[in-house]
Design a protein around this ligand. Structure first.
Ligand SMILES: NC(=O)c1ccc[n+]([C@@H]2O[C@H](COP(=O)([O-])OP(=O)(O)OC[C@H]3O[C@@H](n4cnc5c(N)ncnc54)[C@H](OP(=O)(O)O)[C@@H]3O)[C@@H](O)[C@H]2O)c1
Length: 262
């Protein structure tokens, strides 16, 4: 059933806009479409989106490089920060006016989104939504890999492959807090960032990290976190100690190098 919402023109909106990917491809396949507003279903909140992220995973989904790419047409957008506008029956964990964040997977490129209350995390209203939204996918992924998958401890020796990216930067910051000894690959213009985070920078264009690490850490590393996939994963295995672990978080075929689900 269509419903209305107030806006700053004094009139009421009955429609909201979303961006859809009409088929596999790049930005040229994106289109703006209108949707009817509806009342939130039981357990759902209606959220006005204030910020959404654009990251490598959105591109992987658009192009179909990930096994999890939604079928087209779909609304991209892996994460949002927004404000709750209306509540369905039985919602008790959030109230109208609350600022919230959610890991949507897709669906974030929209003015309005309807999400179950269990998907919403509180966000202080004093923070910039554009800054907060960059934390959602990158830092949830990095934190889970470090502390739930690898269960790192202070002093562990790790290699971060693709350390200058969104997830890589989160791994660097959280890795420093965890007291890790970090080696990290990136292009040279970003090495200052890696060094600021306490990592030993490696230029993947000109240096062979396998050779370099076999000399620097002959006993091998405890963990490799690989954001590239493909051949880099295989090379990552070569620098682990016996019993060490590779945590690979990119499509195994590599960044945008082949199409899994076209
Ligand atoms: N599994 C999950 O939960 C999860 C969550 C988030 C992301 N991901 C996936 O993780 C991957 C990375 O995502 P992201 O958002 O962090 O990407 P991003 O921000 O686009 O960063 C990618 C980085 O790759 C670097 N790079 C390219 N080729 C490289 C190579 N051969 N060796 C080392 N670095 C290289 C670039 O570094 P330079 O500019 O320094 O060259 C760039 O900073 C994507 O495939 C994404 O879909 C998975």
């Amino acid at each position: 059933m269509p419903v209305t919402r107030p806006n700053n023109t004094g009139k009421e909106d009955m429609e909201y806009k979303s961006v859809i990917a009409t088929q596999r491809g790049g930005p040229e396949v994106l289109q703006v479409v209108g949707n009817d507003l509806r009342a939130p279903a039981a357990g759902e909140a209606q959220i006005k989106v204030l910020a959404t992220g654009v990251g490598r995973t959105d591109l992987n989904y658009l192009h179909g490089y990930s096994p999890f790419s939604p079928k087209a047409p779909f609304v991209p957008g892996y994460e949002i920060v927004g404000v709750v506008e209306a509540l369905g029956a039985g919602v008790s964990r959030v109230a109208v006016g609350d600022r919230v964040a959610a890991l949507t997977g897709h669906g974030g490129y929209t003015e309005i989104i309807y999400l179950g209350q269990e998907h919403l995390a509180p966000v202080p209203a004093s923070l910039d939504p554009g800054e907060v939204v960059t934390l959602v996918l990158n830092y949830v992924s990095a934190w889970q890999m470090l502390h739930r998958v690898a269960k790192v401890k202070a002093g562990d020796k790790v290699l971060l492959i693709g350390a200058s990216g969104g997830v890589g930067t989160a791994l660097l910051q959280l890795g420093r807090l965890a007291g890790l000894k970090m080696y990290a690959t990136a292009s040279p213009e970003k090495h200052y960032l890696l060094a600021e985070m306490g990592a030993f920078p490696i230029d993947y264009h000109t240096q062979d990290f396998v050779e370099l690490l076999r000399q620097a850490e002959p006993g091998g590393l405890d963990f490799v976190f690989d954001g590239m996939g493909g051949a880099e994963s295989q090379r990552g295995l070569a620098v682990l100690r016996s019993g060490g672990k590779l945590v690979a978080y990119a499509p195994p075929t590599g960044l945008g190098r082949s199409c899994w689900v076209c």
